[in-house]
Write a protein that binds this ligand. Structure first.
Ligand code: IPM
Ligand code: MG
Length: 358
């Protein structure tokens, strides 16, 4: 029996509802498979923990997390606390502390969901966005001077390192090579940003030579935004900087019918540290505590976590179960259904056990 140690960090808002839902479907999968088990440890970190202790996570939290095989994360963000405290104190601390440099964001229109784009056929949108997750515009490099005076200045410098760009390109080419169409679009803004972005294009060309089976092309980020709307079927795998991919992945979620179902993986592909898996949607305090949050993003996130752990059969079973439940119209109200979190979770657990949902 294979054992995987999972650190669960529901954190804030609807994270406290969708992570327990995710753990229920994971337990159902382990039971159904009989070949692996998950040893889950819950961590109470987040904004409530901050109110009680003045810290978003335990001082030695990263040390503790090192012993796990994966981190299953909910959402961070609180109406009453500044975002830079909550975000940098927990999520970014884990991403950066564990050098989770590859952020992977798959996009598909799930059965039962409708793309707002007019002429989209099923299967037209099947993308993976590979986001650089450790540097670029999120490097935190900059400062403020002359505070409060008329000459006050702020700088926010994007950082691109040869090591950082090379490793994300390798990850993107690997992913593109593993997909049927083997097409990689390298996104930049190298017409306007003539240092970092030209560097990015040069390194893409260097790395490309090691992946002869992958067809690759360059696209400027503004043109890419238009292409995602106008020619979605022309896109397969995309690699972009931290900020560009942040923006493109929201657009991707929107054209796929809902940001509420989108998953993400923060990977350390070297596997020196545990990787972290989370739904993209955030803490959504407007609906928190009502039991109506959409758990599908968390389930899809769990699929990515199982793939990372090598449990590919269980991952495929869960994705199929989620698709069956969505196709049967058992969905939360954000995507046009009437079911609550529990009902969707029950249905996915039933589908995992082989129930026919009609
Ligand atoms: C995301 C989010 C975050 C990001 C925010 C919450 C800082 O938008 O995961 O895409 O930009 O990284
Ligand atoms: Mg974002």
């Amino acid at each position: 029996m294979r054992t995987h140690r999972i650190a669960a960090i529901p954190a804030d808002g609807i994270g406290k509802e969708v992570i327990p839902a995710g753990l229920r479907v994971l337990a159902a999968l382990a039971e159904r498979s009989g070949d692996f088990k998950l040893e889950v440890t819950d961590f109470p970190w987040g904004s409530d923990y901050y109110r009680a202790t003045g810290k978003m996570m335990a001082e030695d939290g990263l040390e503790t997390l090192k012993g796990f095989d994966a981190i299953f994360f909910g959402a961070v963000g609180d109406q009453h606390l500044p975002d830079d405290i909550t975000l940098w104190g927990l999520r970014l601390r884990i991403c950066q502390g564990f050098d989770q440099y590859a952020n992977i964001r798959p996009t598909r229109v799930l059965p039962g969901l409708t793309s707002p784009l007019r002429a989209v056929n099923p299967g037209d949108i099947d993308w993976v966005i590979v986001r650089e997750n450790s540097e670029g515009e999120y490097a935190g490099h900059g400062g403020r001077a002359h505070r409060g005076h008329p000459e006050e200045v702020a700088t926010e410098t994007a950082i691109f390192t040869r090591a950082g760009v090379t490793r994300i390109m390798k990850t993107a080419f690997e992913i593109a090579a593993s997909r049927p169409r083997k097409l990689l679009t390298v996104v930049t803004k190298s017409n306007a940003q003539k240092h970092g972005m030209v560097f990015w294009d040069e390194i893409a060309a260097e790395v490309a030579s090691a992946y002869p089976t992958v067809r690759w092309e360059k696209e400027l980020v503004d043109a890419m935004a238009a292409r995602m709307v106008q020619k979605p079927a022309s896109i397969d795998t995309v690699v972009a900087t931290n900020l560009h991919a942040d923006i493109l992945s929201d657009l991707a979620g929107a054209v796929a019918g809902s940001l509420g179902v989108a998953p993400t993986a923060n990977l350390d592909p070297s596997r020196k540290y545990p990787s972290m898996f989370e739904p993209i949607h955030g803490s959504a305090f407007d609906i928190a505590g009502k039991g109506v949050a959409n758990p599908v993003a968390t389930f899809w996130t769990a699929v990515m976590m199982l793939e990372h752990l090598g449990e590919t059969a269980a991952a495929a079973r869960l994705m199929t179960a989620v698709e069956q439940v969505c196709a049967a119209g058992i969905m939360t109200r954000d995507v046009g259904g009437t079911a609550n979190t529990e009902a969707v979770t029950d249905a996915v657990c039933a589908a995992i056990r082989g129930a026919n949902l009609g």
